[in-house]
Design a protein around this ligand. Structure first.
Ligand SMILES: Cc1cc2nc3c(=O)[nH]c(=O)nc-3n(C[C@H](O)[C@H](O)[C@H](O)COP(=O)(O)OP(=O)(O)OC[C@H]3O[C@@H](n4cnc5c(N)ncnc54)[C@H](O)[C@@H]3O)c2cc1C
Length: 502
């Protein structure tokens, strides 16, 4: 490497960090990306955790984007399937796949196209997710509740509340009755606090485009099937998923980066910046207990702002506000089983007629878990023998150091397996293996010092060679594609003369 080569030091090898490095190399910018990553693998929150040939995501990661550039990157590394998967063949499903692509039974490097089925269990009954306008929904709710929900929805169309909180936001879009049934207690479970205490910004960012009116219209239109409307983002019924789990994509990108002159240093945790005359000139990071230094020209961070600011000399209030930014932590309990009792209530053919859902949202008042994830429906290639084994996970939204977090893994498995029996997923004696995965700062939250975020960002922008990207890097509830776009845009800004991705 020429000693005059400029270096872009990227902190974090999740989708945002990898996309930044990719973009710098793809455009022959002459700037060498060097990534430091604290884990022993790439992919960040979007990684897959493997145990031999079994794999689970930290919460199943659906690949869906409206951005063509991102879609093209995904397909550059993993072409879409052009012929049936093993479970399609086994179930004799008649599905048309694109003409161009790869056969998932001949190569591993392939992006599967999966059906998206999700349901909600509420009050002992199963509702389709998103809620569908059909007899099943109305009879589940009962005539009186359906009538009241309809009236309160109509009211919400005309009488708007001032949107100070997520609660106001949701009531304005769904009406008070549906909000009380489907959102109030679930929001509390997911975030650990009442929707009235969460900023409406979250709603604006995540569900701004989902209107119940369009949802109902889509349901009606798909029944009548004579008009085509563009589908709501949250309503898409297919998604992409790498044959060997989400990590497969990130490992492919990492390989591209290394093969094209970039560098990824794993097991390396950011400690602090080396700053000279208000300019960042290097970072210190900890690797195997040793502190190392790297000098660079550009610094791009995808790590939580709370952790980044610890490595910068900042005014007291800026530092405190950043360190106290709120997050929600997460525990996934995964079971490998030889039985799964939930049956299929759809026309879609499934292996052993098992439930076709990717996710089942648990809105029962007494459920501790928030979601059930059925990995067999993400990729049948990740679950051992897909004809007789199942990978079922329960997701718990928690805070680090709360009572649940502090329980031993054994105790958490005991609680989760009790819940699995309760919801008739499988019996304890069907469990072959189980595992607990704990993830800190899985969700950036929108309350408390979140409202001071702009000041923190303004302070950080005073270092003109420091850039914030990604989900926790910007403290913004982003999906993978949005995280990648933020990295791509920073790379383009550094290179100069490019259009930005939207
Ligand atoms: C349960 C769950 C389900 C989700 N489902 C979906 C989905 O279906 N579809 C979708 O598109 N998105 C989904 N997401 C969101 C997705 O995970 C994120 O959008 C994406 O991972 C963000 O990428 P990122 O690179 O910004 O951050 P991250 O993935 O968080 O990557 C940041 C990286 O920085 C590293 N790091 C952290 N601190 C340090 C440090 N001090 N030093 C060095 N390295 C450090 C981390 O180890 C990590 O590798 C989901 C998220 C969760 C939690």
């Amino acid at each position: 490497m020429d000693k005059n080569t400029k270096i872009a030091l990227i902190i974090g090898a999740g989708p945002a960090g990898l996309a930044t490095a990719y973009e710098l190399l793809k455009n022959n910018s002459g700037i060498r990306p060097v990534i430091i990553e604290k884990l022993d693998c790439v992919g960040g929150l979007s990684r897959t955790v493997y145990d031999g040939n079994l794999g689970v995501d930290i919460g199943g990661h659906r690949l869906f984007t409206k951005n063509k550039y991102v879609q093209d990157i995904w397909n550059e590394f993993l072409p879409v399937q052009n012929s049936p998967s093993i479970d399609d063949i086994y179930c004799e499903r008649e599905i048309e796949y694109p003409k161009i692509g790869c056969d998932p039974n001949k190569t591993d490097d392939v992006m599967l196209i999966r059906k998206r089925y999700s349901t909600i269990i509420y009050d002992g009954k199963t509702f389709q997710y998103p809620i569908k306008l059909n007899l099943e929904t109305l009879s589940n709710l009962g005539f009186k509740t359906s009538f009241c929900a309809g009236l309160s929805y109509i009211k919400s169309l005309f009488v708007k509340r001032k949107e100070n909180s997520l609660e106001d936001f949701l009531i304005n879009r769904f009406g008070l009755v549906l909000y009380s049934i489907f959102f109030k207690s679930y929001t509390k479970k997911v975030w650990g606090r009442d929707a009235s205490l969460i900023s409406s910004c979250w709603g604006h960012q995540r569900i701004r485009k989902l209107s119940l009116f369009k949802t109902l219209l889509n349901a009606l239109v798909s029944k009548l099937n004579f008009l085509k409307f563009s589908k709501e983002t949250s309503l898409i019924d297919e998604f992409y998923y790498p044959k060997l789990g989400c990590s497969q994509l990130w490992e492919k990108m990492a390989k591209y980066i290394v093969n094209n002159g970039g560098k990824i240093i794993l097991n390396s945790e950011f400690v602090d910046f080396i700053i000279k005359d208000r300019k960042i000139i290097g970072v210190r990071y900890k690797n195997n207990g040793e502190i190392n230094e790297i000098a660079a020209n550009y610094f791009i961070s995808s790590i939580p702002i709370a952790d980044l600011v610890k490595g910068i000399d900042a005014p007291y209030d800026i530092k405190q506000n950043a360190i106290n930014l709120p997050y929600r932590d997460y525990i996934l309990v995964s079971f490998y089983t030889d039985a799964f009792n939930l049956k299929n209530n759809t026309d879609y053919k499934t292996v052993n007629n098992a439930a076709p859902e990717c996710w089942i949202y648990l809105q029962q008042k007494d459920a501790i878990a928030s979601r059930i994830q059925i990995m067999n429906n993400w990729s049948p290639y990740l679950v051992g023998d897909f004809r007789k084994n199942y990978l079922i996970s329960l997701e718990y939204f928690v805070n680090q150091n709360d009572d649940f977090w502090n329980l031993s893994d054994e105790k958490i498995i005991e609680i989760a397996s009790f819940e699995c029996e309760k919801y008739n997923l499988f019996r304890k004696n069907n469990i072959i293996k189980s595992a607990v995965i704990r993830e800190l700062k899985a969700y950036p939250a929108y309350w408390g010092t979140y409202f001071e975020l702009e000041n923190t960002k303004k302070f950080l922008s005073g270092f003109n060679n420091l850039y914030l990207i990604g989900r926790n890097g910007q403290h913004c509830y982003n999906n993978m594609d949005e995280a990648m776009i933020s990295g791509i845009n920073v790379a383009r800004k550094i290179i100069g003369g490019f259009d930005y991705e939207k």
